[in-house]
Design a protein around this ligand. Structure first.
Ligand code: HEC
Ligand code: HEC
Ligand code: HEC
Ligand code: HEC
Length: 189
């Protein structure tokens, strides 16, 4: 190929890449927007826009099949994380949004008629993505926009903080809201 042909090829490839990333779904790149397959191990935040903190490894199998409750004695219910996948009457403030009339379980997804599970990012968009309004909750009488960072952190930290408080030895394995614990989840850039 002549240099000019190569240049045109590179430019058109770049153009296609830019156009397709502009229309990307809101999910983290490796995660489908919705699915009925539970992931085993996923990497979240591979597209982190933060200058310091990159991807987070999350083991879905551990969190759904091992005794990962605060006291380490029982399994976690799917709806502790997938909070919109339960009937409205089960929701506790500030949660009000329900998209499923029965609580999500692994067995439920085997039913061909069951709706797929949405990624958190389908609703909790990443900073800078204003393709739709963010969920809002009242916190200390103020409106708090729940973007991806607030949503995942609130969910992961609440349980990890309580679990580490109950079983201090867990602090070697993971972290919650500890300002020095970021690197226990995120890869530092
Ligand atoms: C279908 C849209 C949708 C999906 C999917 C979703 N959320 Fe939410 N989330 C909301 C809405 C809307 C609110 C605001 C409260 C409400 O309307 O229930 C909210 C509120 C929250 C809050 C604030 C509640 C509090 O107590 O501070 C957290 C944390 C949260 N979501 C985490 C998550 C996580 C983690 C996931 C994925 C496992 C997820 N959400 C998936 C729509 C969604
Ligand atoms: C500790 C929190 C947590 C628990 C508990 C949990 N999940 Fe998840 N789940 C996630 C996260 C985080 C993802 C990755 C996608 C994302 O970031 O939204 C995910 C993804 C999924 C997906 C794929 C969604 C997609 O868009 O690719 C399915 C299906 C799913 N979970 C089903 C379940 C079922 C069924 C249970 C209960 C047996 C369960 N989950 C329990 C946090 C959790
Ligand atoms: C309801 C409780 C609960 C929630 C919610 C939760 N975790 Fe955990 N997680 C645990 C417990 C308990 C452990 C430690 C288990 C052990 O080692 O005995 C743990 C361990 C981990 C570990 C290290 C060990 C492993 O299995 O990978 C990582 C990383 C982790 N969690 C990430 C997350 C992320 C990211 C989220 C939010 C998307 C999250 N967790 C939400 C309970 C929870
Ligand atoms: C329990 C694991 C965990 C810990 C500890 C943790 N994070 Fe996170 N963080 C996450 C997850 C999960 C996400 C959202 C992933 C996604 O949107 O795909 C996230 C998202 C973020 C984002 C947004 C990235 C983006 O551009 O979308 C920033 C910034 C961030 N974290 C900073 C921090 C800092 C600073 C600390 C330490 C004070 C910290 N995190 C501790 C799990 C953790």
């Amino acid at each position: 190929m002549k240099p000019i042909t190569i240049l045109i090829a590179i430019l058109s490839f770049t153009a296609v890449t830019i156009v397709s990333s502009a229309s990307l779904p809101t999910a983290s790149p490796q995660i489908p927007k919705e699915s009925k397959e539970q992931p085993a191990k996923v990497k979240l935040a591979t597209d982190s826009v933060d200058d310091k903190w990159g991807e987070v490894a999350f083991d879905h199998t551990n969190h759904t099949t091992k005794n990962y409750s605060v006291d380490g004695k029982s399994l976690i219910n799917c709806v502790e994380c997938h909070h919109t996948d339960q009937p409205k009457e089960n929701l506790k403030a500030p949660l009000v949004t329900s998209e499923r009339t029965v609580a999500l379980t692994a067995d439920l997804l085997k039913d061909a008629a069951a709706a797929p599970v949405k990624t958190c990012r389908a609703c909790h968009l990443q900073a800078g993505d204003d393709s739709k309004p963010l969920p809002v909750i009242k916190k200390d009488d103020k409106d708090l926009k729940v973007d991806n960072e607030v949503a995942y952190h609130t969910n992961c930290f609440a349980c990890h903080d309580a679990a580490i408080k109950a079983r201090p030895d867990l602090a070697t394995k993971t972290s919650g809201s500890d300002p020095k614990g970021c690197v226990k989840c995120h890869v530092a850039k």
